[in-house]
Ligand binder design. Structure first.
Ligand code: NAD
Length: 257
């Protein structure tokens, strides 16, 4: 899908990867709506970019419907949706504790609910509202998963679970959306310097010899996902390389060979 003159919605667009994508989509000529729970950050990002801001908690299905209804009423259509808002699992109610090791015996119910509600419900409710809003017109959905959606990640197994869910959802939905002319792809970044973790966490990552990416690199992959026409892909983004596609096994489940 071409981006110029299209209407694009970016969740979690107040910060980090979402902000980078919103900026890039504006540069490509889209009319961009940023949606986020961070109302101050979202409003100032939108003002800076010449975009529109709508407050949205992606966990809330009614709010999703109201948001997409408002966009279609105000802009005439909804063509591109970046389902990007996401969080790490808080440890004992606290986010971003350096060196805190995941211990399932200490897991709080509310921490589990938070990461699954934002990272999984937010994508599913968002995809539903977006496909309804596309109403038979072509469209492009891109979900931000993670490399933790294709490889194990012991640092935060619940986060890894949610991102595997996103990749499985995208790959399973793609053939179902194809007859509607809607593509759906996942972006799977490695480490990107954003507000998802405290800055010391990125210093620590660098001290292990791992390069840290900037959001603009991930925005390039989102643009590739929207414009390539491909669907059902998981685009892995690692430093200093073009996005790559992991090879998923082709399994014969018939038991007959
Ligand atoms: N930074 C990384 O290293 C990295 C790597 C792989 C994947 N990701 C994924 O990228 C996405 C964006 O994260 P980021 O790194 O840019 O972090 P970030 O914290 O900078 O941005 C996330 C944005 O999402 C918003 N948000 C959080 N909960 C929300 C909710 N319930 N409803 C609406 N908005 C909500 C936040 O307010 C924030 O503006 C996430 O899905 C994250 O899992 C990040």
């Amino acid at each position: 899908m071409r981006i110029a003159d299209k209407v694009a919605l970016v969740t979690g667009g107040a910060s980090g990867i979402g902000l980078g994508t919103a900026r890039r989509l504006v540069e490509e000529g889209a009319r961009v709506v940023i949606a986020d729970v961070d109302e101050d950050g979202g409003a100032s990002a939108a003002a800076e970019l010449g975009a529109r801001f709508l407050p949205l908690d992606v966990r809330d299905p009614q709010a999703w419907q109201a948001t997409t209804d408002r966009i279609v009423a105000g802009e005439g259509s909804l063509d591109i949706v970046h389902l990007n808002a996401g969080v790490l699992t808080p440890v004992a109610g606290k986010l971003g504790e350096l060196g805190a090791q995941f211990d399932i015996t200490q897991l709080l119910d509310e921490d589990y609910r938070r990461v699954t509600n934002v990272n999984v419900d937010g994508v599913v409710f968002g995809a539903r509202a977006a496909v309804r809003a596309m109403a038979g017109r072509p469209g492009a959905l891109v979900a931000t998963a993670s490399v933790a959606g294709v490889i194990p990640y012991g640092g935060d197994p619940l986060y890894a679970m949610t991102k595997h869910a996103v990749v499985g959802f995208v790959r399973s939905m793609a053939p179902l959306l194809q007859p509607r002319g809607i593509t759906i792809n996942a972006i799977c970044p490695g480490v990107v310097e954003t507000k998802i973790s405290p800055s010391e966490a990125f210093d620590l990552v660098r001290s292990f010899g791992i390069d840290v990416m900037q959001p603009a690199q991930i925005a390039d992959a989102v643009v590739q996902a929207v414009t390539s026409g491909e669907t059902g892909q998981a685009l892995v983004c690692v430093p200093n390389k073009a996005p790559s596609k992991p090879v998923f096994p082709e399994l014969d489940i018939t038991g007959r060979t």
